[in-house]
Write a protein that binds this ligand. Structure first.
Ligand code: G6P
Ligand code: MN
Length: 453
């Protein structure tokens, strides 16, 4: 089997390789092909993986290419994890919004829409190439904003593209530990229907977790010591998760504490994008020049990245602090589990980004939502969930509407639709600011100015 990684020069790619090459990896690959447009970055990551592979007993053959067609040909699985516009693009997405007094964040709020506007056309073109050269392949999309990008790619690839994210997995990991502490038995997350998570990517809620048919979420929510082990509850307040009656995805922090998060990010010297650009450009330059020791450098930079995750927006003190358990990435695990379930036809339950198809009847069928799913060789199927109502439905519907406007704007090159999307985003408080966002993004992203009429 061949796995192709689009964005093979990306910083987190060695984590994926490490996962698929581990002794106990549930799936055996013959080849991992790294594709990237940037030869320098590709070379650095190639070097790190080569060092890693020396320690791994089942290291699949590694090939590296800047030829997309060569990369896609013969692929069984395609991981797409690219950052169109690079970290410079991310900085622009964050800064333009912050300078206008609204949230400036990679994926949430107007920054995410700007990111989507330049990413959707590229990923749509990639989807067409995949459809031509590897029509049987499964595409696993990590490219952010993952919900929007997956929805755009589905227009070409249908059910053969699935979006993934590590944040619901992190929430499930922490919740499972708390449930095990409360009940003495581990949460049977392998059972379809054993939990109810629903939302959009980076905007969802865990609404129940059942052990032997009994929902333990109310027990968990009532217990401060158990909630203390759950990062999301510390971040948004025990009282707030109790009031909600659910555990929110960590990105909901930006909706529930918009004012505080925006003020904190604006007051900081650097945005997350600026911090990462410094770190990453130093890393790629250093490893690009050095001959050996690249793996250790990568591990150090990776640790600094994970432990400072969301730091620019979190509250100071214990509530905002990360714990060692929280500092485990997880997206490579999601990707691996998904491949294994499909390749081995061993059913697995996971939280994935798939088409709504009536699951939340008030949302369009083609809307990509994030829900608990069973994965088999046949593909990905969600299980029935409780009705989504009230504020959850309202927020999902309004954010999904602006996501769909953004896709439409990108595909039809419509600046009017792009303005509409910015202006109607629930985190943008004026249509005039919506207009200013569009103008600002056109200025900092010349590609965007060219892409919209
Ligand atoms: C999580 C999210 C990703 C996001 C990343 C940002 O892993 O699930 O979608 O891209 O955080 O992390 P960073 O280190 O780039 O700020
Ligand atoms: Mn994510």
């Amino acid at each position: 089997m061949k796995l192709t990684i689009i964005g093979g020069g990306g910083f987190r790619v060695p984590q994926v390789y490490q996962a698929v090459a581990a002794q106990d990896a549930p799936v055996r690959l013959d080849e991992v092909a790294l594709y990237d447009v940037d030869v320098g970055r590709l070379d650095v990551i190639h070097r790190i993986i080569t060092e890693l592979a020396q320690q791994l007993p089942h290291a699949p053959r590694l090939t590296v290419t800047t030829d997309l067609d060569e990369a896609l040909t013969g692929a069984d699985f395609i991981f797409a994890a690219v950052r169109i516009g690079g970290l410079r693009g991310r900085i622009g997405d964050e800064r333009v919004a912050l300078d206008l007094g609204v949230l400036g964040q990679e994926t949430t709020g107007p920054g995410g829409l700007a990111y989507a506007l330049r990413t959707v056309p590229v990923m749509t073109a990639l989807a067409h190439r995949i459809a031509q050269l590897a029509p049987e392949a499964w595409t696993i999309n990590f490219t952010n904003p993952a919900g929007i990008v997956t929805e755009a790619m589905r227009k070409v690839l249908g059910d053969k593209v699935v979006g993934i994210c590590d944040t619901p997995i992190g929430l499930m990991r922490r919740t499972s530990a708390a449930v095990a502490a409360a009940s003495g038995s581990p949460l049977e997350t392998v059972q379809p229907g054993s939990f109810d998570y629903v939302g959009l990517n980076h905007l969802g809620w865990l609404r129940s977790v059942a052990v032997e048919g009994i929902d333990l979420l109310p027990t968990l929510l009532a217990d401060d010591s158990l909630l203390d082990g759950i990062e999301e509850a510390r971040l948004m307040g025990h009282d707030w998760v109790r009031a909600l009656g659910a555990l929110p995805n960590e990105y909901l922090y930006y909706y529930y504490f918009t004012r505080e998060a925006t003020a904190k990010i604006r007051a900081a010297e650097h945005t997350r994008g600026e911090f990462l650009q410094q770190e990453q450009s130093a890393f790629y330059a250093e490893v690009g020049h050095a001959g050996c020791g690249s793996l250790q450098t990568w591990l150090d930079v990776q640790h600094r990245r994970e432990s400072s995750y969301m730091a620019e927006s979190r509250p100071d003190g214990a509530a905002g602090a990360r714990r060692m358990d929280d500092v485990q990435g997880g997206y490579q695990q999601v990707a691996l589990d998904l491949m294994a379930a499909i390749a081995n036809d061993r059913p697995a339950t996971m939280i994935l980004n798939i088409a709504n198809d009536g699951l939340v009847p008030q949302l369009p069928d083609e809307a990509v939502i994030e829900v608990g799913c069973v994965v088999t060789a046949e593909g990905v199927k969600p299980w029935p969930i409780a009705p989504v109502t009230g504020h959850m439905l309202g927020l999902m519907a309004s954010v999904k509407a602006v996501e769909q406007l953004t896709i439409e704007a990108a595909l039809t090159r419509s600046s009017e639709l792009a303005w509409k999307a910015f202006a109607l985003h629930p985190l943008v408080d004026s249509i005039a600011v919506g207009r200013a966002l569009l103008d600002g993004y056109r200025q900092v992203h010349p590609g965007l100015a060219r892409a919209l009429d």
